[in-house]
Design a binder for this molecule. Structure first.
Ligand SMILES: C[S@@+](CC[C@H](N)C(=O)[O-])C[C@H]1O[C@@H](n2cnc3c(N)ncnc32)[C@H](O)[C@@H]1O
Length: 221
């Protein structure tokens, strides 16, 4: 009974995070931070069924890069990246239960412009204003810096209401990134790798067309 109740709470908070802006999500958790713990308990249960977690793929990738690279982990959850690598990592999330985590809405990160080598979004493009998170990553990234985005595969399945991954990739390229790789090999998630060209937008005056990313709603088991 308790498990069913907490599963219901998790699904409700999860749906809220996918259907509101980052600012509304920040207010929601500031009003009751215990909802954040409830969300993360449910999220852990969901992830325990995944054969491979995207955060571990990202950690493996980071370990192959220079440890001097500065990393920003946008929507870090339990800050596993910061706990697993020797790099300097800015771990950002809506609530901080750990001294390593900076509490903020990641569309407004307390990080100096052009100071970061790798920006990571691991299953964290939840808000309806997700493009403002990517724009913020663009602001803090150095030219040549990496942008890694892992997202649930169903959000990028155009045959089932999901976004076209090419359209998503094009929007990020319009911001001034090169698309280096799209890894579709995992059953549960897609991993996009981009590098930042410079501090200017590529297509001057052209409005970036961001595809809508459908919420990732979990079914009652
Ligand atoms: C699905 S969890 C993923 C956590 C972690 N990246 C991982 O892979 O295990 C998404 C996280 O993004 C955070 N998040 C969502 N919107 C955010 C925002 N606007 N600002 C900061 N964090 C946000 C949530 O609070 C949550 O901890």
């Amino acid at each position: 009974m308790r498990a069913r109740l907490s599963g219901g709470h998790f699904r409700m908070i999860n749906e809220k995070l996918y259907t509101c802006t980052g600012k509304e999500a920040l207010d929601y958790f500031q009003e009751d931070p215990s909802l954040f713990d409830m969300y993360h308990a449910g999220y852990k249960t969901q992830m325990s069924t995944w054969p491979e977690k995207p955060v571990n793929v990202i950690i493996k990738w980071l370990k192959k890069q220079s440890p001097s690279m500065v990393v920003a982990d946008f929507g870090c959850g339990d800050a596993l990246i910061a706990k697993s690598v020797t790099n300097k990592v800015f771990s950002l999330d809506l609530v901080s239960n750990d001294p390593k985590v900076i509490a903020c809405d990641m569309s407004n990160a307390p990080i100096v412009s052009s100071s970061v080598d790798v920006a990571v979004f691991c299953l964290s493009l939840m808000g309806t204003n997700y493009q403002s998170y990517i724009e913020e990553a663009n602001r803090v990234l150095k030219p040549g810096g990496w942008l890694l985005i892992a997202e649930v595969k169903s959000r990028f399945d155009p045959t089932n209401g999901g976004a076209d991954p090419e359209k998503f990739s094009r929007a990020i390229s319009d911001l001034g990134f090169n698309s280096v790789k799209q890894d579709f090999s995992n059953k549960m998630f897609i991993l996009f790798y981009f590098t930042k060209k410079d501090n200017k937008r590529k297509s001057k005056g052209k409005e970036t067309e961001w595809p809508m990313l459908k919420p990732c709603l979990y079914k009652r088991r």
